[in-house]
Write a protein that binds this ligand. Structure first.
Ligand SMILES: NC(=O)c1ccc[n+]([C@@H]2O[C@H](COP(=O)([O-])OP(=O)(O)OC[C@H]3O[C@@H](n4cnc5c(N)ncnc54)[C@H](OP(=O)(O)O)[C@@H]3O)[C@@H](O)[C@H]2O)c1
Length: 325
């Protein structure tokens, strides 16, 4: 059996991770919730037992332990090196190691086969990337992708606990405070400040991570926006293929693909909330060009976009080590 730790156990992704580990009966002989010194007094309930929050130290980590990272990338860069040193496995949700050429960036449905069971760190992609590649990978097999255009409508929980609390504060009639940005009844067209070229960091992540996971280098025209939804990211996607791809053929392929539900009559982000599926909705051929498809992609950013994907990575890792069926 395995020692399991969640680092950032008191945050939105960490809390969801703890739910997903229990839902999926993840094998564990011991459980360790880690967070900052602000949470030292807190108790986390896991499989009917109460665990006090711990501070992560080298003494708390041992060889073979599996640690799920759910902290910001700055914090991740501080604690992950000591886990690698201890020969534990870290599956990290932050962006700290995602584009490191020596670190796998994994969405199990797409490139889970790359996991050998010998890794000490595997990166979990950005939430908006995960749902996009789950839909794109089966379509790549059908027609060969020339380019992708994607516009995102991203939930506030994607920015963590402080942002979600701020949305609630503004919904209660308070003026913007932390951050001093209005999100209630508003849409924000840059997730993080734009760089010198005008792209925001979320767009850069979506473009770079998609190409790394798919091991392809097609252009991705990304526009990312924050919308006043609590949970559930929605993406409007246009794909240009090398060859014609009929919408019925695309729908049948996606229906056969793991983790996807195809809908035809319109969907909404609450349909994805609390579920483990990526919804692909209203697939349509552009009338003037049968090699262009348009569709919507929706998923729960805290589950498939973060915690569920990380647990699926750990399951794949254990299968490849021969520790799990
Ligand atoms: N939210 C999403 O949809 C989503 C999706 C994909 C990836 N991610 C990534 O996942 C990570 C976590 O996001 P989140 O939304 O869960 O953020 P969050 O709600 O703000 O939670 C942050 C967590 O980090 C912990 N933490 C802070 N300093 C720490 C330290 N020194 N040592 C140990 N733990 C520390 C916090 O503990 P305290 O409570 O003690 O402060 C809290 O548990 C981020 O890198 C984010 O970019 C998020």
């Amino acid at each position: 059996m395995i020692k399991v730790g969640v680092v950032g156990a008191t945050g939105l992704v960490g809390e969801t991770m703890i739910k997903v580990l229990q839902d999926r009966s993840f094998p564990s002989e011991s459980f360790h919730p880690f967070a900052s010194s602000r949470s030292e007094e807190k108790i986390i309930r896991y499989r009917n037992t109460d665990y006090p929050v711990e501070i992560i130290t080298p003494e708390a980590i041992s060889k073979g332990m599996i640690l799920f990272g759910a902290t910001s990338s700055n914090i991740a860069k501080k604690w992950i090196p000591m886990c690698i040193e201890a020969e534990a496995l870290v599956i990290d949700n932050s962006s700290a190691y995602r584009m490191d050429p020596d670190v796998l960036l994994v969405v199990p449905e797409v490139n889970g086969h790359l996991i050998t069971g010998k890794e000490n760190i595997i990166a979990n992609p950005n939430c908006s990337t995960i749902q996009l590649v789950v839909a794109l990978a089966p379509l790549q097999q059908l027609g060969g992708i020339q380019w992708v255009s994607v516009a995102t409508y991203q939930a506030v929980s994607g920015a963590g606990t402080p942002a979600l609390e701020e949305l609630q504060r503004q919904q209660n009639g308070n003026p913007p405070e932390n951050p001093a940005v209005r999100i209630h009844e508003n849409i924000i067209t840059s997730i993080g400040p734009p760089d010198a070229g005008g792209y925001c960091n979320e767009e850069i992540k979506l473009m770079n991570e998609t190409c790394k996971i798919m091991e392809l280098n097609f252009p991705i025209f990304a526009s990312t926006a924050r919308v006043p939804v609590r949970i559930g990211h929605t993406e409007a996607v246009v794909v240009k293929f090398d060859n014609p791809v009929q919408r019925d053929e695309a729908a049948a392929t996606l229906e056969r693909s793991p983790g996807i539900a195809v809908t035809r009559s319109g969907s909404s982000s609450v349909d994805a909330e609390g579920t483990d599926i990526v919804i692909v909705d209203r697939i349509r051929n552009y009338p003037g060009d049968p090699s262009v498809l348009q569709f919507w992609v929706l998923a729960d950013n805290l589950r498939k976009g973060a915690a569920l994907n990380a647990v699926q990575i750990a399951e794949e890792y254990l299968r490849n080590k021969g520790n799990m069926k």
